[in-house]
Ligand binder design. Structure first.
Ligand code: ATP
Ligand code: MG
Length: 563
């Protein structure tokens, strides 16, 4: 597995710490998801960054569930996140942790602050706390409960924990400074009362730590050296520092970077959940979803996602990356690794009138021109074939170099053929294209060197394997789907044609037993992935992972797509 390139400012900061010996030259990072949804491409960049850093420095990487909020967390999310992190190459070895396992330690530390007069039990409601907080540039107001005695605070906090008070009736707050210019420092809430069942702790707890109290402690407990997070936590760093300094415990270094987003899709957990719940997509792993499981099911590779991360880098400035950057990373890889195959997605039948009806020839077709070691395979050829309906035009537009009456065209690795006539049904639809083939051109080259402009792919009708093929397009038509007029909904920017299902695709026979999860380049059509859930031996289902940028018949690119 290749390591992420050491090219961003975070590496520079770590190098400095290693030079000064600050963390005894240890490097220990983590990925701390809240298990309240499936991971998306933004999370993937964070996993790749954090685990890549650990690998680059021979350090360690933890997976830690930040499961401090019982109401939105589910085991399903925990399981999917573990799968995704592993798939992305995030090697946490045996270091899978849950913040909820630290609840007792966090409680003890909170009690330590209470006893030191640095935290107090407050009876203001959430709304009143908000009103007291004040606004930037203007000081807030002290809580009337701020000067409770230590004894009273110890008693009340203990009873909060013991379940004596109803939800929302009291909080534990840090006693810092209600006039602090940073609002996060204005006596922030550390604990709230919530009589809710936790996915791991059951009903053991009825007070739950707030994120700002918990997060820095989790990193400290795990002796994380570099706690990498997104920019919105920059203003929270002084608070994490305050807690850790007051407790006198191990102090990690927090480093912030800008969230990554991808064009024409969304990375809000709330909105992704909405697309799933309201069935705009078929599930979290719908191949159109920007989730890690969606990308995986679409046929993306973890190494392509890593290459994408290297390409876009890490920044302090938020930005949207274009999908084509991601697609190019994938094409670069699959071009080298994916075996080629012949497949016809929207078939029309071609009959070679001068080819014997009972004859079959085995054509040698190159498996991968980028990889000579991949060799060749035999593909059967016979009198009746399928070609793409698009590759035939009775009345060709300008510069159409595919099949058209009276003009020779090459059948890939087979013969040069010429369309002689067309058979139609009563409604005028083409039912068969009749051709003659030139027996002297086996393999596809004319011995007299005459120029053939177009090359098209085919599948022998008698040997073809019927398959379902799904083509995907971006989920949203706008680069920034949230770009909607006031009062309108982002879903109005959904692409109504993001999925096209072709039920009558015809594949070369070698694909009949294609293993679920295998990848191919269907020549001239793109890279395809045998769907891990739906594809069965004998009844393949392929997802198009990505289109081809360049087709092997360059000339094809110039031919206009006739509608
Ligand atoms: P929320 O906290 O609102 O549920 P979130 O996307 O921050 O949403 P977390 O589970 O907290 O979800 O994410 C785990 C980690 O993933 C965060 O610590 C954050 O650093 C990182 N992360 C989340 N979204 C992105 C993104 N778009 N780009 C880079 N890193 C991200
Ligand atoms: Mg978060």
């Amino acid at each position: 597995m290749e390591t992420t390139a050491k090219t961003n400012f975070i590496y520079e900061l770590i190098d400095k710490d290693n030079e000064s010996g600050r963390f005894e030259r240890r490097v220990h990072t983590r990925f701390p998801p809240e298990p309240n949804g499936y991971l998306h491409i933004g999370h993937a960049t964070s996993i790749i960054l954090n685990s890549g850093i650990a690998r680059a420095y021979n350090g360690k990487f933890n997976l830690r569930f930040d499961d401090t909020n019982p109401s939105k967390e589910e085991q399903e999310y925990v399981d999917s996140i573990i799968d995704d992190v592993k798939w992305l190459g995030g090697d946490f070895e045996d270091r899978l942790f849950f913040a909820s396992d630290y609840f007792q330690q966090m409680y003890d530390w909170a009690m330590q602050l209470v006893k030191a007069g640095k935290a107090f039990v407050c009876d203001l409601s959430a709304e009143e706390v908000r009103q007291h907080r004040g606004i930037p540039g203007e000081p807030g107001k002290d809580s009337p409960f701020r000067n409770r005695s230590v004894e009273e605070n110890v008693d009340l906090f203990t009873r909060m924990k013991n379940g004596e008070f109803p939800d929302g009736s009291r909080t534990l707050r840090a006693k810092i400074n209600m006039a602090h210019p940073n609002l996060n420092m204005r006596d922030p809430v550390m604990y709230r009362i919530l009589h809710a069942e936790h996915h791991r702790q059951g009903n053991k707890w009825c007070i739950y730590p707030m994120y700002d109290w918990a997060h820095g402690l989790e990193d400290s407990i795990e002796r994380i050296t570099h706690s990498i997070c997104t920019l919105e936590f920059e203003d929270h760093r002084p608070l994490y520092d305050w807690f850790i300094d007051q407790l006198g415990i191990y102090h990690p270094q927090q480093i912030e970077f800008a969230r990554r987003t991808l064009g024409n899709t969304i990375t809000s957990k709330r909105k992704l959940l909405e697309l799933v719940k309201e069935k705009y997509v078929e599930g979290w792993d719908d191949p159109r979803m920007p989730t890690v499981s969606g990308f995986r099911r679409r046929g993306y590779t973890a190494s392509a996602l890593r290459a994408f991360c290297d390409e876009i880098g890490i920044s302090k400035v938020p930005g949207i990356s274009d999908i084509w950057v991601l697609e190019n990373a994938l094409r670069n890889e699959l071009n080298k690794t994916a075996p080629r195959a012949l497949a016809v997605l929207k078939p029309v039948k071609v009959v070679l009138d001068n080819y014997p009806a009972d004859k079959t020839e085995e054509m040698d077709v190159v498996n991968n021109p980028e990889d000579p070691a991949a060799g060749t395979r035999k593909v059967p050829f016979s009198r009746e074939l399928y070609i793409e309906a698009d590759d035939f035009k009775e009345v060709p537009p300008k510069k159409f170099f595919r099949m058209t009456p009276g003009v020779e065209v090459r059948l890939r690795a087979a013969y040069i053929v010429k369309c002689e006539s067309v058979a139609k049904d009563a409604a005028g639809n083409i039912t068969e294209v009749h051709c003659t083939y030139d027996p002297a051109t086996r393999g596809g080259d004319a011995p007299d060197g005459r120029k053939i402009k177009g090359t098209i792919h085919w599948v022998s009708a008698r040997h073809a394997v019927p398959a379902t093929v799904r083509l995907y397009d971006a989920l949203f038509t706008k680069r920034n789907p949230d770009d909607v007029e006031e009062g309108r909904d982002y879903k109005e920017n959904m692409n109504r044609n993001s999925l096209e299902v072709l039920e009558r695709a015809m594949l070369e026979p070698s694909l009949k037993a294609a293993a679920a999860g295998s990848r191919f380049q269907f020549e001239r059509l793109g890279y395809f992935f045998a769907d891990p859930k739906d594809s069965k031996p004998g009844a393949p289902v392929f997802n198009r992972t990505v289109t081809l940028k360049d087709t092997w018949a360059k000339i094809e690119q110039k031919a206009p797509e006739a509608k």
